[in-house]
Design a protein. Structure first.
Length: 375
C-alpha cells in the first residue's frame, strides 16, 4: 500500500465552474468597487466600459468587434444570440457534450426552426466538421467543458462563409488561441478561465452579426433582456457600458481584478502558457500510469482547461475516489459531469498553479491504489 503523500495542493479547488480564483487573490482587490452607486452614473459606466476595453485589448479582438456585458452568465449571452440571430437561414449544430446538446435542444424544441441539422459525437470525440454547410448558420462550442474535448483550430471555417458562426467559447477564452475573425458570435463567462464571479456574461459580435441584427427581426416575442436593437439599429450603449439590466458592480470589480492579474502574468499568451503547463503535468502523469487516460480520444482535441479522465475502476469506486480526495481536502469538485461517462474532471486553467497539479497527481495515485486493493 502506498503511503499518503506528504504534499497537498495549496489550493484544492479544481471545479470547472466557478473556477479557482487567481493566485494571491484577496477581497482587498475589490476595495474600489463603486458600491451603492448607480451603474448608469459616470463612475459606474466608466467601470463597465473599462472591463469592456480591457477585454478587447487583452484578447486582441478585431477593432470592429463589439463587446457587451449581459445578464445570466455565458448561458444568458448565448441565449441572447440564438434567439436574436437565428431564423433567416438553415442551422447546423455540432454536438459533442452536454452544453452543445443543450443548444441543439433549444434550437429544435424551443425556437422550433424548420431547417436544422444536428451533427453529434460521443463524449471524447468530435463530430465530422466537414459536414458543415456554410450557407447555413453554424452553432458550436469551442471547448466541451463536460467532455474535455476542444476544437483543434478554426481551419474548417471559411472566410467567405455566407451564414454566421455562433460559438459558445466559455471555457476556452483566455486559455486557447482562437481565430476570432472566424467567429461572428463569441460568448463566455467571467467564472471560467479568469476565475471571476458568476452571474454576468460577455457577448462579442462581429460586424456580420450586427448586420444580421439590423436586417432581421425574429417572428417570436423577445424578452427585454434579449433585445439588442432599438428602432432597427444596434443598441450601441450595451457595448459601451450601459447594460440592459442592473449589473453587480462588485462582480465587475472582481473581473477587473482578474484582468489586472492577467496583465501581470503576461497577458493572453501568459494565460495560455500557464494552462498548457498544467495540462502537460497531467500528460506526464497519464503517460506513466496505465490505469488512467484522457477521455478525449486524441491529443490534438484534448482540452487544456476542463481535463476529463477515465479511470480503470468500477463507476461506484470512481465516486468513492472523488469523495476520498475531498475528505482529504486535496481536491474539491473533481467528479465527472453528471451526464458524462464516469470519471474525473479537473480544471487546469490559468488560475491553477502547476505545482498544485503535480501535487494532486500524487493523491490521485494514492487514492487509486487504496480503492483498487479494497476488494
Amino acid at each position: 500500500m502506498k503511503p499518503k503523500p506528504d504534499i497537498k495542493p495549496d489550493c484544492p479547488n479544481f471545479s470547472s465552474g466557478p473556477c479557482a480564483k487567481h493566485p494571491g487573490y484577496s477581497l482587498d482587490e475589490l476595495k474600489d468597487a463603486p458600491l451603492g452607486r448607480s451603474h448608469r452614473s459616470s463612475l459606474g459606466k466608466g467601470k463597465l466600459a473599462e472591463a469592456i476595453d480591457k477585454t478587447k485589448k487583452i484578447l486582441g479582438l478585431p477593432d470592429n468587434y463589439r463587446v457587451g456585458i449581459v445578464p445570466a452568465s455565458d448561458t444568458g449571452a448565448f441565449e441572447m444570440a440564438i434567439w436574436s440571430l437565428l431564423g433567416p437561414r438553415g442551422v447546423d449544430v455540432f454536438v459533442w457534450e452536454s452544453f452543445s446538446k443543450g443548444w441543439a435542444t433549444d434550437i429544435e424544441k424551443q425556437l422550433k426552426l424548420d431547417s436544422v441539422r444536428v451533427f453529434s459525437a460521443d463524449y471524447g470525440k468530435l463530430p465530422d466538421l466537414s459536414q458543415a454547410d456554410f450557407t447555413n448558420d453554424i452553432v458550436f462550442v469551442w471547448n466541451g467543458t463536460t467532455s474535455g474535448v476542444k476544437l483543434p483550430n478554426g481551419d474548417w471555417i471559411p472566410d467567405n462563409r455566407e451564414g454566421l458562426t455562433l460559438c459558445d467559447a466559455t471555457s476556452a477564452v483566455f486559455a486557447m488561441d482562437i481565430p476570432y475573425e472566424k467567429l461572428d458570435v463569441i460568448t463566455y463567462s467571467w467564472q471560467k478561465v479568469l476565475g471571476g464571479e458568476a452571474a454576468h456574461g460577455i457577448l462579442i459580435l462581429s460586424p456580420r452579426a450586427v448586420e444580421r441584427l439590423e436586417s432581421y427581426a425574429p417572428p417570436w416575442p423577445m424578452p427585454k433582456i434579449f433585445r439588442m436593437t432599438k428602432g432597427g439599429k444596434l443598441n450601441e450603449g450595451i457595448f459601451k457600458g450601459s447594460t440592459i439590466n442592473t449589473p453587480s458592480m462588485l462582480a465587475n470589480e472582481d473581473y477587473l481584478a482578474a484582468l489586472k492579474w492577467t496583465e501581470s502574468v503576461g497577458g493572453l499568451q501568459g494565460l495560455i502558457k500557464r494552462s498548457n503547463a498544467n495540462l502537460a503535468a497531467f500528460e506526464d502523469f497519464v503517460a506513466s500510469h496505465d490505469w488512467i487516460d484522457f477521455l478525449a480520444e486524441s491529443k490534438d482535441i484534448r482540452s487544456n482547461t476542463s481535463v476529463c479522465f477515465t479511470v480503470d475502476l468500477p463507476a461506484e469506486k470512481v465516486k468513492e475516489m472523488v469523495k476520498l480526495l475531498a475528505e482529504e481536502e486535496v481536491a474539491n469538485d473533481c467528479g465527472a459531469y453528471r451526464d458524462a461517462p464516469p470519471g474525473l474532471r479537473f480544471w487546469c486553467g490559468a488560475t491553477i498553479e502547476t505545482s498544485d497539479i503535480e501535487a494532486i497527481c500524487q493523491w490521485i495515485d494514492w487514492a487509486y491504489n487504496i480503492l483498487n486493493n479494497s476488494g
